[in-house]
Design a protein around this ligand. Structure first.
Ligand code: C5P
Length: 323
């Protein structure tokens, strides 16, 4: 998809999925406080949409003028979704601007600076362990790279993303990956079949640093390996995958939110093949044998969460949509 420099208004719209952690083991703490981990992540069919737009009729076409590029940001989603500079999508936009030398010179009083509009429509639960913020950052990098015809490849975008958050490199590619180090080193994982999920969301999110801190207090690093998860994905075996779901952070999340233990039991009682906290939580994800089973489980546990979604995985990565 070309950014359409000849059009008066160039626009790129990117749909980006959230993720669930099928496996997450904490290996230890680094001197800088970050944790070494091994994780298997897979995207699910809950999406945010990032749209970027730029007036290309006049001054914005000129490379010199682009050094004065301004950014306008708007959001559509929950009330507490930030429309400010602290939003990871804006941080991603500024990081890309720095990298490609746009907007670096500040505004000139004698000219009308070119403007890029960035719009985020949010559906992935926030502060939920589903990498929603990281997905928005990844989609913003992909969208602006296209809009500005910056010509960076996905590897370079992932590199910029790694400085923004540990899950951003994964979100730049999506699909299914094994992540190591702090989570930024990712390798694609062979996966077959489609998996059906029930996603139990709490409106009251958890901050990732808080959960890692709780982990240091109440839990221990582990040596558990992801082999059973990888084998289940390779052989398209939902029963085996359900049994192999694993997350070392779950103890910390349940320590902070004890009521989630009953909600997890309820998902299993309702017929889930397995259930686990995703990432740092508080989202609980349950694997179902079919779409129909997922709906039955969702209906059964609906009262225990603020929101319950039914979703499928894997869900690809950031992709252009007409919007
Ligand atoms: O990289 P990200 O911004 O998502 O990380 C948020 C916080 O989570 C970090 O500041 C750190 O406290 C914690 N974290 C960690 N080890 C990781 C990833 C995140 O301790 N591998």
């Amino acid at each position: 998809m070309g950014a359409g420099a000849s059009r008066a208004n160039a626009r790129v719209c990117i749909r980006v999925p959230g993720k669930v952690n099928l496996f997450l083991a904490i290996r230890g703490t680094r001197p800088d406080g970050y944790h070494e981990l091994v994780s298997v992540m897979q995207t699910v069919s809950l999406h945010d949409t990032v749209t970027v737009e730029m007036d290309t009729s006049g001054v914005a076409l000129h490379p010199a003028a682009r050094r004065f590029m301004k950014l306008a940001f708007a959001v559509e989603g929950p009330e507490h979704l930030s429309a400010g500079d602290d939003n990871l999508a804006v941080k991603a936009a500024r990081a890309l601007m720095d990298r490609v030398g746009l907007g670096s010179t500040g505004a000139s009083s004698t000219m009308n600076p070119p403007l890029t509009r960035l719009h985020l429509a949010k559906r992935i639960p926030m502060a939920a362990g589903m990498a929603g913020g990281s997905a928005d950052a990844a989609a913003t990098l992909v969208a602006l790279n296209e809009l500005w015809e910056a010509g960076l490849d996905r590897y370079e975008l992932a590199e910029i993303g790694a400085a923004l958050g540990a899950d951003v490199p994964f979100c730049v590619s999506g699909g299914t990956a094994l992540a190591t180090g702090t989570g930024t080193a990712t390798a694609k994982v062979l996966t077959r079949g489609v998996y059906h999920w029930v996603i139990g969301v709490s409106d009251d999110g958890l901050s990732t640093p808080e959960v890692f801190r709780a982990f240091d207090e109440v839990a221990q690093p582990s040596a558990v390996e992801p082999d059973a998860v990888l084998q289940a994905l390779r052989t398209s075996d939902p029963e085996a995958l359900g049994a192999a779901l694993y997350n070392d952070l779950e103890r910390a999340t349940l320590h902070l939110r004890p009521e989630l233990a009953d909600a997890k039991e309820a998902m299993l009682d309702a017929g889930a093949l397995g259930a686990v906290v995703s990432g740092s939580g508080p989202t609980l994800v349950a694997l179902a044998a079919s779409r129909r089973d997922a709906q039955i489980i969702a209906d059964t546990v609906g009262d225990l969460f603020d929101r319950v979604d039914v979703a499928m995985s894997p869900a690809g990565g950031p992709e252009p949509v007409s919007g």
